[in-house]
Design a protein around this ligand. Structure first.
Ligand SMILES: Cc1ncc(COP(=O)(O)O)c(C=O)c1O
Length: 487
């Protein structure tokens, strides 16, 4: 309890009584590890205490490691198992680097979609979880009803019905953008491409989180951009002092950050941190390009607000897509920015002119059909279960000293193996054994993360996946032995 708060005996009693009550619920398993504790309002009503007494009780339980507070979401029973340590935050130099042609990235993409390999690499949910077949029905219907009318160029910004539904949905998480500020793109990848095109010149340096999604690097390279990596913690997000230094030195005026659930760390940047980032960017007149592709896959009570929905947002370009939630194959994403929309549109004319019409109509009608939110609820639950099961399998079978991230959303796990293991070598052996994952060296231009790997949890952790994880653990053990290090 904070020292400066004096409580009367009665308050003291109530406060301790609430703590005892919550502890009983945890002990009896009524509140399971990882589950959400009752809201303050509910607890205060149930125990006949004020909301502030309930809050103080929760704060004490938090400080004793029994509950954890999640920003914008409430209090959760701390999941003490697995008690595997979190991945360490790697040191990154604030040196800008040229992105070299990445043969590893293209070979990764071809392995990741190879259905003969156990799918621990590709960051898309399994077809069983996505609603592909429902969406296909909308596509068939649209083909039948629209006929030749759809066999033409789409309007420059994209089909209005789709932009309208995206604008309405964005309002749900506080990002008020008009449908005329939205440009439909070929996935989030094209959205990011266009956003960089209109805010940078070849030779500029762009700041990204480290580790970062390996698909960012080919985009930067294609535009002749350099990259500088900001160390990012698997709980707390990116390092503010490093960002400040990069901005103050004038090294960087455009940043590309995830809005929620960095791929591969799965961490959720708190609102306080987002606000601090935006204040820094505003002070230095820098632009933020945010990638919110995992925003709908959150495990807390509420969808996290993207940077563009924060009060401090001045120059933020928002990018996302439906690749992780509905249909990666439809290749539908969007970029939105009131300030830059005309330049984005011009850049679009110079790349792909416009997107295919029928998939946009089908997706708009599917989203308007009312099944999407239920689908998202099921998807979140399934992906969270997958993460729990894969984490457990890794904890049980990987070498001692392995560290694992604890994602708050998305569906990838970041695993750090003992230093003697090179995951590139592990990858070659795993591919030969029919298993695919993403080695850590893909997620950086530095020498960091060579002992790390990313596992996708888009598929249910059935016996095939469990066996594959066990095999990966055994291969890692072998490498450790070869290196002469003890398990
Ligand atoms: C962070 C991030 N951004 C963008 C993409 C690519 O999205 P899309 O398939 O919509 O182009 C991915 C895919 O894995 C991703 O993880």
């Amino acid at each position: 309890m904070p020292k400066n708060v004096a409580l009367s005996d009665d308050q003291q009693f109530r406060y301790e009584e609430v703590i005892r009550y919550v502890r009983e619920l945890i002990k009896a398993g009524t509140l399971a590890p990882g589950s959400k504790a009752p809201s303050l309002r509910r607890l205060s009503k149930a125990r006949g205490v004020s909301v502030s007494t309930a809050l103080q009780a929760y704060r004490i339980l938090e400080s004793q490691g029994e509950l954890e507070a999640r920003p914008q979401s409430g209090f959760y029973v701390r999941d003490k198992k697995p008690d595997t340590a979190l991945p360490s935050m790697m040191r990154s130099s604030s040196k800008e680097r040229v992105v070299k042609p990445g043969k590893h990235v293209s070979s990764m993409f071809s392995h990741a979609i190879d259905s003969n390999l156990v799918p621990l690499a590709c960051a898309i949910p399994s077809q069983q979880i996505l609603l592909g077949s429902q969406l296909d029905k909308f596509l068939i219907r649209a083909a039948r009803t629209e006929g030749a009318r759809a066999n033409t160029y789409a309007p420059p910004l994209g089909i209005e019905e789709l932009r309208d539904v995206i604008a309405r949905r964005s309002m749900l998480w506080g990002h008020a953008c008009g449908s005329d500020d939205i440009l439909i793109t070929c996935g989030c990848t094209e959205a990011l491409h266009l956003a960089l095109r209109v805010t940078t010149q070849p030779g500029d340096t762009v700041a990204v989180e480290s580790p970062n999604y390996f698909g960012f690097l080919p985009i930067l390279r294609e535009q002749g951009l350099k990259v500088v990596e900001i160390p990012t913690d698997s709980v707390d997000g990116l390092s503010l002092p490093v960002l400040e230094q990069l901005l103050s030195s004038g090294q960087v005026s455009v940043c590309l950050f995830s809005s929620a659930f960095n791929n591969p760390l799965g961490c959720l940047t708190s609102e306080a941190k987002k606000s601090a980032v935006l204040k820094l960017l505003n002070r230095h007149r820098a632009t933020l390009i945010e990638d919110d592709i995992y925003g709908d896959i959150y495990f807390g009570a509420e969808r996290p607000r993207p940077y563009s929905a924060m009060d401090e947002a001045r120059d933020v370009i928002y990018c996302s897509s439906f690749s992780k939630t509905v249909a990666p194959g439809y290749r539908i994403g969007w970029v939105s920015s009131e300030r830059h929309i005309e330049r984005l549109l011009e850049a679009r004319y110079g790349t792909s002119l416009c997107g295919p019409v029928l998939p946009q109509i089908a997706l708009a009608r599917f989203l308007n059909g009312g099944a999407y939110d239920n689908h998202l609820r099921r998807l979140r639950k399934q992906l969270q279960d997958n993460i729990r099961d894969v984490s457990k399998a890794v904890t049980d079978t990987f070498p001692k000293g392995t560290r694992i991230s604890r994602p708050e959303g998305g569906f990838v796990l970041w695993v750090e193996l003992p230093k003697a293991i090179r995951t590139r070598e592990l990858f070659e052996r795993a591919i030969a054994a029919g298993i695919c994952f993403a080695p850590g060296d893909l997620f950086t231009t530095t020498e960091n993360y060579r002992s790390c790997l990313r596992l996708s949890c888009g598929f249910e952790c059935d016996s095939t996946l469990e066996r594959a994880i066990w095999q990966l653990g055994a291969l890692a053990d072998q490498l450790l032995e070869n290196a002469g290090a003890k398990k």
